[in-house]
Design a protein around this ligand. Structure first.
Ligand code: PEP
Length: 245
């Protein structure tokens, strides 16, 4: 399974720079023989326009959240079927910024994951411990509970391990920490989901850059990277894509 590189643009991207960024990524991809799967996740406001622009580029479109209901009285929310209608294929769920800023609990994430799967989207479910939880030695417990609580029994999708303390810090987790957690997550997924858990793609996220990617991507069980800051510039993102194996 070729590694997948996913760009999480977060709340960044007005129209013209978004178009320029995907055009530059598409151009860069053309120069890569046998490129890996690449997904860009811009803000909701850019999804419609970029969906048209991405056709034929080999770059897939993802969103950064969805509501658990298909429609209804939920002011300001966007449903999974609305995303699917736009040509969105992936949706990031349970990112630590949403858990922190919007009070999302594992149960909320699980409901959204079900909605995404029902709409035919591939959920990318984020899990990861905080600095305090790591310092207290609780990181495996926390991540184990997140897996149990955030993923439905019939889960089909991608898991992203993003230690909260590494996100946006400029320093990824060490290869040893990543290897340990990847092994732990694989064991938990296998215990919970059997055969499916053995092949579920696991991404690493947290300050991945072109410099670190060649060290991080070959680590056992790493199925790709979820990239924040470095996904906002083609010349920072493309070296990560090139490092995919
Ligand atoms: C993220 O928030 O998903 C992320 C990985 O961010 P960064 O790469 O900027 O640490």
């Amino acid at each position: 399974m070729k590694q997948m590189i996913v760009g999480n643009w977060k709340m960044n991207g007005l129209s013209a720079p978004s178009r320029d960024l995907v055009s530059a990524i598409a151009q860069g991809l053309k120069a890569i023989a046998n490129p890996p799967p690449v997904v860009v996740c811009p803000p909701f406001t850019q999804l419609g326009a970029l969906s048209l622009l991405l056709k034929g580029t080999g770059i897939a479109l993802g969103a950064q959240d969805c509501h658990h209901a298909p429609s209804g009285a939920h002011t300001g929310d966007i449903s999974a079927i609305m995303l699917a209608e736009l040509g969105v294929e992936y949706v990031i769920l349970g990112h630590s910024e949403r858990r922190r800023e919007h009070g999302e609990l594992d149960e909320t994430v699980r409901e959204k994951t079900v909605a995404a799967m029902d709409a035919g989207l591939t959920p990318i479910v984020c899990i990861g411990e905080s600095a305090d939880q790591r310092a207290a030695g609780e990181y495996q417990d926390v991540v184990g509970w997140q897996i149990k609580g955030s993923l439905p029994d019939n889960f089909s999708g991608i898991v992203a391990y993003e230690p909260v303390w590494a996100i946006g810090s400029g320093v990824p987790a060490s290869p040893q920490d990543i290897a340990d957690m990847m092994g732990f997550i694989r064991a938990e997924l296998t215990r919970q989901f059997g055969e499916t858990g053995k092949t579920t793609r696991i991404l690493y996220g947290g300050s991945v850059s072109g410099r670190e990617a060649p060290t991080i991507l070959p680590i056992a069980e790493v199925g790709g990277a979820l990239v924040g800051g470095a996904s906002l510039k083609a010349d920072a993102f493309l070296p990560i894509v090139r490092a995919a194996i």
